[in-house]
Design a protein around this ligand. Structure first.
Ligand code: FUB
Ligand code: ZN
Length: 683
């Protein structure tokens, strides 16, 4: 994320872009994560846990589950592929990527040396022409059964050679940026040179079955300035929708090609479809290529797809990808709660995609969605211990009997362990999502305490943000120009939730508009401000120690889903600030499926420092449904409902959980479940 110029010079490479690529880019640039030092009490402990626990645990798992051994065997050209999936190489690449980001913030000689040793193993597994895929190289005569006899033969549907390459490129650039070392970058470039020499106009063509090579190639383009990488990324995008073997009339996602986003040319795609992680990596790459080439049809397509997802295919927690069958987006408004798939990787991909959409358009709605994902559906993916993970993120655990619907508890690792390693790489990069800039505008996107060193409108400025977000709505920015003053615009995002917008679409709405307003003071005096694309614009000649105080109204909001979402009809969800809540068995007499939240329930918010590493809980007295001992009669009784942030569920054992609460008994899901109050789930 450091400036391309620096790296181009560092590599001794030319910045000239021969070929078709134009020298445009995202109009808005993120402030690199290395320039933003967090002091935040919500995020910093999570980043620290990622560094201290998640990354070492991931490397240890890569060793103990034979992922590293696969590379060793590929180097020796002997043995038998020792893991399950041909994309298992990527867990090593993703963990190296995470470790690299972490190293640039927390230098660690031991980790640095360990990563170098791993890189040696990766390099040793690379074939002389650059090909790198342990699933074939270990024993080319007997490759993994997904791989096909020949290189790339099954790339379209089954063999993730390009997917592995994409993660390698991402890791290599991160590692180069963090350490200045070329060891992994050289391996990646050698592989990419091979890919570019084999695939392209007049050469071989394929729509990569699992996207990410496109994003990876763009990163290589940015770091080297070599147009062939960008051109090949564009070529792969344009290869979609060309395969003649699909049946366009079929509704079957595998038969019509939509599972791979290969059913139509990318510029003709309008809906988020198919495997959610693949899809969002594709959409991220579409944004990248549109930004770099000025391709308007591509931009229009990615805009439509985003609107479709945000209007019809996203959970209230920000989770995308409802259907477990194919790990894919469901149909419009198909958002079941108990079977919600919501792969953690899909939330990671969502962060990548929304950041890019923001950089293209400068509208806060993209950051609103990203924030929703970050505080809810993404961090639910990792336990508070930093080493247990959800692959899927349900919105409801109905009862012990329904556990087969989805995961009721996190696991240390998975046979297909994409999610833990994807989190390992996203977390340390989080500071890079806090601020962005364009010309004289400095965007404050996320509310995270810390210190940023910036150059804005040619002025060196230090910006200190202090906040207790997401528990409090108070934000304080101290502006400290290096010179006596600095003339620029500070654009503070006023989140959708503080503007009576539960979602930038009509998929979710707040029951009541809030009467409370956001207020902004500069140096203690209230100021009026213009709103622009969801940002309060504060234009000034900033002087040393100028202080901006923003007060966002932190109310408890009742959220309703569009009535077309069948599962949420007659139900309400609870949100405070960006945080969506759930009720879990632990706090509610062993059950969550019997709770009614009537329209007149009155909630109180209270911060609980000793609960779940410190959370604000919501409580109210509400009716709960009780069955009599014979199971023949139902009554309700008042009881205290305690709701916790959704992200914190399942940290205290297994049991019932719900995000959506029936408002009336008639909307209760589980009158048929004969489980008594006090189910000893998880005990
Ligand atoms: O195929 C690689 C990864 O494994 C995908 O991104 C996940 O959805 C899982 O299928
Ligand atoms: Zn995953």
């Amino acid at each position: 994320m450091l400036s391309s110029k620096f790296f181009l010079l560092g590599l001794g490479l030319t910045a000239a872009l021969p070929g078709a690529a134009q020298q445009s880019d995202y109009p808005i640039q993120a402030v690199p994560f290395t320039k933003v030092k967090l002091t935040d009490s919500f995020w910093l402990p999570r980043l620290k846990t990622n560094t201290d626990v998640t990354i070492p645990a991931s490397f240890a798992r890569c060793e103990s589950t034979n992922r590293v051994k696969n590379f060793e065997m590929a180097a020796a050209h002997s043995g038998k592929f020792a893991t399950t999936y041909p994309f298992d190489d990527t867990d090593i690449y993703k963990t190296i990527e995470g470790a690299s980001y972490s190293l640039s913030v927390y230098p660690d000689k031991k980790l640095d040396a360990y990563v170098d040793e791993l890189i040696k193993k990766v390099g040793a597994a690379q074939e002389p022409d650059g090909y790198l895929y342990t699933a074939r190289t270990i024993d080319p005569a007997h490759p993994h059964h997904w791989a096909g006899q020949e290189r790339w033969e099954k790339e379209r549907e089954l063999s993730p050679e390009h997917y592995n390459a994409g993660h390698l490129y991402e890791a290599a650039v991160a590692h180069y940026e963090a350490t200045g070392k070329r060891n992994l970058l050289d391996i990646a470039l050698k592989n990419a040179d091979l890919v570019c020499s084999v695939f392209g106009p007049g050469k071989r063509s394929v729509a990569p079955g699992h996207e990410i090579v496109e994003m990876g190639l763009v990163r290589l383009y940015r770091v080297t300035g070599q147009a062939k990488y960008l051109n090949t990324a564009k070529f792969f995008l344009e290869a979609r929708g060309q395969y003649k073997g699909y049946d366009p009339k079929s509704n079957d996602t595998w038969k019509n090609g939509s599972y791979w986003q290969d059913h139509k040319p990318v510029v003709a795609q309008t809906e988020a479809v198919g495997h959610a992680v693949r899809a969002e990596y594709l959409y991220s790459a579409m944004a990248d290529v549109a930004a770099l080439t000025g391709d308007k049809p591509l931009l229009a397509a990615v805009d439509s797809i985003w609107n479709n997802m945000v209007s019809k295919k996203m959970y209230v927690t920000g989770g995308p990808g409802a259907a477990g069958d194919g790990e894919r987006f469901g149909a419009n408004y198909e958002l079941p709660n108990a079977t919600a798939y919501n792969e953690t990787c899909a939330s990671v991909a969502d962060v990548f995609w929304n950041e890019r959409m923001f950089q293209l358009h400068g509208d806060s709605k993209y950051v609103d969605v990203m924030e929703k994902v970050l505080y809810n559906g993404l961090i639910s993916g990792v336990g508070l211990d930093g080493k247990s993970f959800f692959y899927s993120n349900a919105l409801q655990i109905k009862s012990l009997e329904s556990y087969h619907d989805t995961e009721p508890a996190r696991s240390g690792w998975f046979e297909c362990s994409c999610c833990p390693t994807n989190l390992a790489r996203l977390m340390p990069a989080l500071p890079g999502y806090v601020y962005a800039q364009k010309g004289r505008s400095l965007y404050a996107n996320l509310f995270v305490s810390g210190k940023a060193d910036l150059t804005v409108n040619k002025h060196k400025v230090q910006l200190i943000q202090s906040t207790n977000y997401p528990w409090d709505g108070g934000l304080k920015f101290t502006v400290d120009p290096a010179q006596s003053s600095a003339d620029f615009d500070l654009l503070v995002r006023i989140p959708g939730w503080a503007r009576n917008e539960a979602m930038p679409s009509n998929l979710y709405t707040f029951e009541q508009p809030s009467a409370q307003q956001t207020t902004i003071k500069v140096n203690g005096k209230p100021v009026t401000y213009q709103m622009q694309n969801g940002y309060a614009v504060l234009s000034r000649k900033w002087r040393k120690h100028d202080v901006v105080e923003v007060s966002l109204p932190m109310e408890i909001r009742r959220v309703h889903a569009n009535p077309l979402v069948k599962d949420d009809r007659g139900k309400v969800a609870l949100q405070r600030g960006p945080v969506v809540y759930c009720a879990e068995w632990q706090d509610n007499n062993g059950k969550a499926s019997n709770i009614i939240v009537p329209a007149d329930a009155t909630f109180t918010a209270a911060y609980q420092p000793n609960l779940l590493n410190g959370v604000t809980t919501l409580t109210a007295t509400v009716p709960v449904v009780q069955l009599d001992a014979s199971g023949t009669s139902v009554s309700t009784a008042p009881r205290t409902l305690t709701a916790i942030p959704y992200y914190a569920w399942a940290n205290r054992g297994k049991g019932e959980m719900t995000v959506w609460f029936p408002e009336k008994v008639t909307s209760l899901d589980l009158l048929s479940q004969p489980t008594a109050a006090g189910v000893s789930a998880g005990k």
